[in-house]
Design a protein around this ligand. Sequence first.
Ligand code: L5W
Ligand code: ZN
Length: 558
Amino acid sequence: MKKAAIPTVLALSVAFGGQLPTVPTFGTNVSTVHAEGVSKQDVVKAFLQSKVEENVLKSGAVGDQFKIVSEQTDSATGTYHVRTVEQYKGIPIYGSGQTVALDANNNVFASFGKVTQKLARSIIPTEASISEEDAVAIAKEGVETQIGAVKNYDGIESELIIYPHEGEYYLTYLVKASTSIPAPGYFHYFVDATSGEVINSFNTVHGVDPTTLSPVTARGLDVHGKMQSFPVGKDLATGTSYLYGASIASNNAVPIATFDAKRMDETAFILGSALLGFTGWEVTTNSASNFFANPAAVSAHFNSDKVNRYYQSTHKRNSLDNNGMPLINTVHIGVKWNNAAWNGKQMLYGDGDGIQYSSLSGGLDVAGHEMTHGVIEHTANLIYENESGAINESLADILGNFAQMQTTGVTEWDLGEEITTPNIPGDGGLRSIIDPASKKVSTKYMPSGHYPDTYQDRYQGTLDNGGVHINSGINNKTAYLITQGGTNNGITIKGIGRTKAEKIYYRALTLYLTPTSGFKDMREAAIQAARDLHPDRNGVPSAETKAVMDAYTSVGVN
Ligand code: L5W
Ligand code: ZN
C-alpha cells in the first residue's frame, strides 16, 4: 500500500483583541492559550494540537504533529512569531504550514494556516522502497523528456515528504531540479517512494574567489542607453574587473554576481562552481575606468542592487533569505526569450524578441518581481498553483513595483512598462496594478478578453497553473486601493500611502501567510498585519486596518 485517504483539514485563522475575529473558524471554541513558566514553543504546539479535533494520539507526544521551522521576536511590537510545518512520524507534509503569534504574556493573538485532522490516526507508508538516487534519475528523465538533454543541472535537491494529492497521501521524494540550458526551469517532481511512479510534476519557471577581488565602482550603459554606476570587483594584479560586487545597505553587504549565458569573453574564466554552481560565463572588462559594455548585464546588476537596498532599508531584510545570500543574475538566456524568472537559486533574464519585450533585465520592477519570488520562497513559500500561486504572483508584482517606486521616487503602477512592446512607447506594461481589467488577455482564460478584477470573476481553469498570472490582478488591485484609495464597486477606500501599505504586505507575507494561503487568507493576513502595526482603539479598527478591509471587500474577498 502506498497511499492513504486524506482526512479533513480545519482552517486556522483567528485573531484576538480589539474587533471580533474576522474569520471565526472555531466559533465559540476560540480561546487563548496562556501559561506561565512554559516555553513559547510549547505554548504554540499546545495551541495547534488543541485545534486537532481527534486529540487522542495513536503514538507520540502532544504536539508531535507540529514542527517549529522558524521563530522570531518582533521588538517593535513585543510579539513572538513562529512558522510550523506538520509531520507524520517525523516526515514533513508537503504544503502544510501554520503561523502563530504570541503576545508578551504568551497569549496566542493570531494564527493562520490549516491543521490536518486525524493525521495521527492515518496509516501512511513511511518506508521507501526506492532510493533517493533512483528518484532523482526518474525526475531527470522526466525533465529531459520535456526540454531535451541537460548537460549541467544548476542544482538538484531531493527530500522525502508526504505529499497530499487528490485526496490521498503519498510517500514521495520531492526532487527539485534547476536548469538554465537548453531551457531555464525549476522543476518539481513528486516521485512515489514506494513505486517510482511520478505522482505530479510542475515547472515554476514558465516557462574566482570573490575575496581576492577589490571593490571598485564601475560604469556602463544599461539597456536603455543610460550611464549607470554600480559595484564590481577588480583583480588588481591583472586589471580585470568582474560583475561581482556587493550591495551595501545598513552595514550589510550582499554579494551580487552577474553572468552571461551566451557570450564567451576571451578574458573570462569561470567562477568556482563549488561556490556558485553553473551560472553562465563571467562578464568582465579590462578597461582602466571599469567600463562595462554589456547593457543587459549592467541593467541586471544595477537593478538587483536597487531591489536589495529596498528590502534592506524598508523591510530590514538582509537579501532574499534574510541571511545575506548572494544575488546571482544570468542574462542573455535563450534566443529572443520573452521571459525572466527565479529558478530557486538565481534570477534569469531573456533578451526578448524586440516586439513583445526588449531585454527583460531592463525592468526594475521585473527584477523586483523575480527577487520577490525568492523572498516568498524563503518565507510563506506559497505553492505556485491556483489561489496560492495567484497570491505568490501578486506579491511579486506588488513588492516588485514598490521597490521600483522607492528607487525612482516616481509613483507608477504598471508592471514591466520599461521593457514591454518597445516599438509602442508609452503604452504601459504587461499588467496594470491600478486597473488589471484594462489589459487584454486571451479569451482562453476570460470570455471578456480582459483580466479579472474581482474574486467573482476569477479564472477557474487549469491553464497557467490555475491562472496564477491571471487572478493575481485581483489582489494587485487591493494593493493599489489600500495605497492610493478610491471607490471600487461602490465601496470607498481611504488610501494610507505606500510606506504603510508596503509594510502591511511584507508583514503579512513574512509572518502570516502559509504555503496554501488563498485570497481569503491573504485578506486576513493583511488585516492582522495592519492591526499589529496600527492597533484597534476601543475595539474600533484603525484607519489603516479599515482601508485593508474595505479594499478586499471591494474586490469581493470577504
Ligand atoms: C515578465 C517576465 C516574467 C512576466 N513572471 C512574470 O512570473 C514575468 C514578470 C515580467 O510574470
Ligand atoms: Zn512571477
